[in-house]
Design a protein around this ligand. Sequence first.
Ligand code: PEP
Ligand code: MN
Length: 343
Amino acid sequence: MIIVMKNSAGQAALDAVEARVHAEGLETRVLPGEHKTVIAVIGTRPPELLQQLERMPHVEATIPISEPFKLAARTDTRERSVIQVGGVEIGNGSVTVMAGPCTVESPDQMAATAQHVASAGAQLLRGGAYKPRSSPYSFQGMGIPGLQLLAEAREATGLPVITEVLDPRQVEFVVDYADVLQIGTRNAQNYPLLCEVGACRKPVLLKRGMGNTIDEWLMCAEYILAAGNPDVMLCERGIRTFETSSRFTLDLNAIPLLRRRTHLPIVVDPSQGTGHWYMVHDMALASVAAGADGIIVEVHPEPETALIDGQQSLSFRHFSELMARLQPMAAALGRPLGAPVGV
Ligand code: PEP
Ligand code: MN
């Protein structure tokens, strides 16, 4: 951190600021300038020190130098993280496709979708058993029977499953069924939930809060990492903007920004991000072209009868077409689609 002193700062003010910093066990170097003096602070500071110093007389500004998210930050010596889920590696340079229904609805719907996405080359199966709904009167998900159907679909296809946890109290038993825990956009800043998934040994897919900046999102990931779970993937799923033609605005800028700032794998959800099935292909391809490590896509046997998110779900035919379009593009980028694990 650098502390910029006001022009008015005399020796007594400098001494007071240095004393405050030394009290935290940190070192200082005073760098006098023609008009202003700055003080460089050496060592790891408590996060609140920045604001506390700004309240001191004669301090103009404080400037952090290193990222506040110590564990999520990319450094020149830290390798990019590769996350193992069953036999699948996410973040190893290949492109991972996760697919399945928005929500688990019935044994037939789950079994048919799992078979289809597995045979089309998906590597992970998605499906929500607990759904965060805007209305308390809407279908809230099947709960534990839904988790059982996911586990059966994994058994039948070999695909590891990803499913959402909404509440810290669910984590304890959802880990028995899931291979990856999803934190949804509405819970991205639910810090007790982040700590709870941080304390378990399953990989976590952390969606971006729809109103969160990249910095806020990375601090959410830091919560999970700091709680002891190193296996975190970030998922861009669209943010709220003034635009209403699409459900959300998929922020593809986030991909190269994140690749520069974090070592964590990056996944994109073009289904939630657009809200329209006919946009999903193009945004999925664009995500991979921009450097995403994977995509997560909603697929339903009969999108027009889906209980949730049918308008943004791909039919089986459309999902197969997406895989056929992705394959040559990923190969041309030197980033092959991950090897199929299913059926
Ligand atoms: C979902 O994946 O179906 C979902 C609800 O995601 P999000 O939290 O991004 O809205
Ligand atoms: Mn959905």
